[in-house]
Design a protein around this ligand. Structure first.
Ligand code: FEO
Length: 171
């Protein structure tokens, strides 16, 4: 059985994952109306789906442990960006925020001696290592590319490849 504070903290994480899904959906929609960013569009649609899976996993866990998973109300995410670089800076910032939140959850589970939740959260800890690494790698690549259109073309062409390489390492 989940304690009240643990349940509340997990429900906050449900909200954060839902917000991540919405934020990346907005990035996908922005990218889709820019010329030539098919790869980036695909990347963020996929990221958005993945965040929804993260949210669902939490919902199922909370209910399974005798709690009540609350489907949250959401704010509108950022819907427009001044540049591609800005999108990926936001992506990294967002993932760092998620990692911090997961760390706090892990801390709470340990302080409550809730080892079932602690065990469940390890999947998220590992996921965040990969997600942050991917976001940093993509930011580094865009830094190298700068304003070079040929570089942006290649970045867009290869972005799903970078993502899939990370996925393969994970599974
Ligand atoms: Fe589920 Fe990328 O945080």
């Amino acid at each position: 059985m989940l304690s009240k504070p643990m349940q509340e903290a997990l429900n906050k994480q449900v909200q954060l994952e839902a917000e991540s899904s919405q934020a990346y959906l907005a990035m996908a929609s922005w990218a889709e109306i820019q010329p030539g960013l098919d790869g980036v569009t695909n990347f963020f649609y996929t990221q958005s789906d993945e965040e929804r899976v993260h949210m669902l996993k939490l919902i199922r866990f909370i209910n399974e442990r005798g709690g009540f998973a609350v489907v949250p109300k959401l704010e509108q995410p950022i819907i427009t960006f001044i540049s591609l670089k800005r999108v990926f800076e936001e992506f990294l910032k967002h993932e760092i925020g998620v990692s911090e939140s997961i760390n706090e959850l892990v801390h709470l589970s340990l302080s409550e001696k809730d080892y079932a939740t602690h065990n469940f959260l390890q999947w998220y800890v590992n996921e965040q290592i990969e997600e942050e690494h991917l976001a940093r790698t993509l930011n580094d690549k865009l830094e190298l590319v700068g304003e070079d259109k040929g570089g942006i073309y290649l970045f867009d062409r290869d972005i799903m490849l970078f993502r899939n390489q990370g996925e393969k390492k994970r599974h």
